[in-house]
Design a protein around this ligand. Structure first.
Ligand code: F3S
Length: 754
């Protein structure tokens, strides 16, 4: 049994009481989201937690990590001195498998080429009590839905599509590895109390319309930013009419509107799914408290009183959507696609249709797509475009093979890729993509940014349901509307595809031979965690040094960054992904994307020791070798973008002591604090202009470092003059302890006597 029934029992036992306290505190009925959030607080609330304003500490029930992000999260965790993870946690090997030929061959290549990373993740999981899902077991979110998600639970995951678990009524949120590390170490997890968007679904999907079309429609309505800082709660009769995995699809793609997460109230579709995936015990428990696993009836009767925004959608009227190209919120109803393609000059010949991924690879999705493939065979149609299938898990793959669907796909020329991310994350060795030709593909994944699937910025990638992807792959034409259009078959006859049919769940039940799960050792203390000192992909972490107890003197300016400086500018992705588990190697990308204010160039800053211009990491390494600290100066919203902790760990590792900016993106600011860096902001933004290239800096006030008390940065100019600059900080007492100890992890280490 992969899931933890005791944990769920405990959550459910405490939930009604906690919800009642929250109801009294707020003096009104509660949404489902509020029920889950208030029942997962670190400390009981004593006042209303204001949405969009209050920073709140939560206690998530679970952590899940995918292989690309798990490496640094676990390397950090290993240094904290804990013997075991504090909450149930899992690792999923899904991102590092390239789709090239077909499942078995591609998987073998990945197993060989990533051996040391997989061995590390496997042994560290064994050692510290994490469940480990091997390469080929499936994609994190599908595996979580099948095994770990439970109604009313709260989890975090180191991947932005973690909200997929909202399909089973969870609050499931994507985070960076440092957050995962903290929660595994037993710390609470902080989140700004989200705003609430309610989506009221009425009616019932019919014909070609699918759950995917709901989220494609919502994305069109709210755009890629519309859900920022909000949790989307779906409710109404329409929601009950959607399968659990269909709800997962909607939750998953909620990431594309920037939502913190999305969720649904517990209903019979969830009960059916729990029972079908061998979790009848959870369904029984959930049935026992089901009124607490959905919003209060008064909320849904009068939603505009309780949600910050309410959207209405009648599913009976919804038609299929195709979103794209290049953005998942560019929504076009299928009946308007022909006109839109013409108006925009989109290439209409369809080269490839790809179904599956973590977003759309349920049994229901596959059976409905296979129904269309079967119809194509019966009606003497050949698929004009290439067609690929990426199952989300071995459980699904094994079951659909048993039920003949893989054979059916084979009859229209379909290729089955490994149960992994593959083309969704650009791990697709697509033949000819390097020629960068203009072409069109359609997939049932979630993101379609330029170059995301095949590295070719001229690939026009559209997103649709697996059913629409299949129909269009058969037609080989982006503008084909299967609801109204006919196709010419091999005999020259006009034939029409019927609306797809399928099965919500396998009638013979799910089956699998080897799901790919490795349970951790009962007592992992003797497990040897494998990290070769020669490895260029993995490196054990050393604790960062403690603060020396004095003001900082004689710092050199590393870079005064001009304009936008996101986490991508600070720690680039792309080819650097390979080094996500090796802090020293990945530090060679530190700030190489930032623009130097003084020469407007990237990766070219003055080495104050030699007067020469060199790359940023080279200069910083020279300062480090000379035992000299440095300062990074930045502009507004410094560190926006992803939550990757590498953007804070790299400067810390290379000896940067201070980051002084006009303003921070909040997550990056927290990451800096966690890594023991000093992140401060100009009191007067005009002082940014006082920073000169040859300055040397002192930071004063650290011996009396206190919350709310500004510090002083003295900029000593080369001409002998100086400017005293007041700088503000947002460190609370706990965070000041992190700074003094050298990092948050060092504080935890102390607690565990390391
Ligand atoms: Fe993987 Fe794509 Fe999902 S990268 S986790 S299949 S969004």
């Amino acid at each position: 049994m992969a899931f933890d029934l005791d944990l769920i029992q405990k959550v459910y036992a405490e939930m009604p009481g906690k919800i009642q306290i929250a109801r009294q505190l707020l003096g009104r009925p509660l949404t489902l989201t509020e029920k889950i959030l208030y029942s997962h607080l670190d400390k009981p609330a004593t006042s209303i937690l204001e949405r969009g304003k209050a920073y709140v500490d939560f206690r998530p029930d679970r952590v899940a990590m995918q292989d690309a992000t798990a490496q640094m999260a676990l390397l950090q965790f290993m240094t904290c001195g804990r013997d075991k993870v504090a909450v149930p946690s899992t690792v999923h090997c899904d991102h590092l498998i390239q789709a090239k030929v077909e499942a078995d061959k591609d998987l073998q290549v990945a197993v060989d080429s990533n051996k040391e990373v997989y061995d590390f993740l496997s042994s560290v999981s064994d050692r510290y009590g994490l469940g480990f899902w091997k390469a080929g077991a499936g994609i994190i979110h599908q595996v979580v839905l099948e095994n770990y998600a439970f109604p009313g639970g709260m989890m975090i995951g180191t991947d932005s599509h973690t909200p997929n678990a909202g399909g089973l009524g969870m609050i499931a949120i994507g985070v960076g590895g440092a957050d995962a590390c903290d929660v595994m170490a037993g710390l609470p997890w902080e989140l700004k109390m989200p705003k609430l968007i309610g989506v009221h679904l009425t009616g019932k999907l019919n014909g070609w319309a699918t759950p995917k079309d709901i989220i494609l429609w919502v994305a069109g309505k709210l755009t890629v930013k519309g859900g920022t800082g909000a949790i989307v709660e779906y409710f109404g009769e329409g929601a009950k009419n959607i399968s659990c995995t269909g709800k997962g699809t909607i939750g998953n793609m909620g990431a594309e509107i920037g939502a913190t997460t999305s969720t649904f109230g517990y209903d019979e579709s969830m009960e059916r799914y729990l029972r079908a995936t061998s979790r009848a015990a959870i369904a029984d428990l959930a049935n026992g408290i089901k009124e607490h696993l959905t919003g209060d009836p008064e909320v849904y009767a009068n939603p505009s009183q309780y949600f910050d925004q309410v959207i209405e959608l009648d599913l009976s009227t919804l038609e299929p959507y195709i979103n794209g190209p290049f953005s998942p919120d560019l929504a076009t109803p299928i009946s308007k696609m022909k006109a839109a393609a013409e108006a925009n000059g989109w290439p209409t010949k369809l080269e490839v249709g790809l179904i599956g991924s973590c977003t759309n690879s349920s049994y229901e999705d596959i059976s409905r797509a296979a129904n269309l493939a079967e119809q194509a065979v019966e009606k003497n149609l050949k698929a004009k475009a290439a067609y690929t299938i990426t199952p989300g898990s071995e459980l699904v793959r094994y079951t659909i093979e048993r039920d003949g669907y893989i054979d059916t796909f084979g009859k229209i020329g379909g290729t089955v890729f490994a149960n992994a991310c593959g083309p969704c994350i650009g791990m697709w060795a697509r033949e000819g993509a390097d020629k960068k030709e203009k072409n069109t593909i359609i997939h049932s994944f979630n993101r379609n940014f330029a170059a995301r699937q095949d590295g070719n910025p001229n690939t026009y990638a559209f997103v649709g349901s697996p059913e629409i992807v299949t129909a269009l792959a058969i037609a080989g034409d982006l503008t084909f509307n299967p609801l109204t259009d006919t196709l010419t078959n091999e005999n020259g006859e006009q034939v029409k595809l019927d609306a797809p049919t399928g099965y919500e769940l396998p009638t013979k039940g799910f089956a699998v031979e080897d799901a790919g799960f490795q349970a951790p050792a009962e007592d992992g203390s003797s497990v040897d965690v494998k990290v070769s000192p020669e490895s260029d992909r993995l490196q054990l972490l050393q604790p960062f040094p403690v603060w020396e107890g004095t003001d900082l003197k004689g710092l050199k300016l590393l870079i005064k960054a001009k304009g936008k400086c996101t986490t991508d500018h600070i720690s680039m992705a792309g080819p650097w992904l390979k080094f996500r588990g090796h802090l020293d190697n990945i530090s060679n990308n530190m700030l190489i994307g930032a623009t130097n204010f003084f020469n407007e160039k990237t990766n070219s800053v003055k080495n104050e020791l030699t007067g020469e211009y060199q790359g940023v990491p080279d200069v910083q390494r020279a300062y480090k070798a000379a035992g000299i600290g440095s300062i990074v100066v930045g502009d507004e919203n410094y560190g926006e973008g992803s939550s990757r902790e590498h953007a804070a760990m790299e400067p810390r590792h290379l000896g940067v002591r201070v980051v002084l900016v006009k303003s921070f993106a909040r997550i990056h600011e927290t990451n800096l604090k966690k890594q023991g860096m000093l992140g401060v902001t100009f009191h007067d933004n005009e002082d940014y202009n006082k920073i000169l290239e040859d300055d040397t800096f002192d930071v004063l006030g650290l011996t009396t470092f206190e919350p709310g008390v500004p510090l002083t940065v003295v900029a000593h100019h080369a001409d002998g003059t100086k400017d005293e600059i007041q700088v503000n900080h947002t460190y609370n007492q706990q965070q000041i302890e992190w700074f003094k100890a050298g990092s948050c992890l060092n504080v935890i280490r102390k607690e565990f006597g390391v």
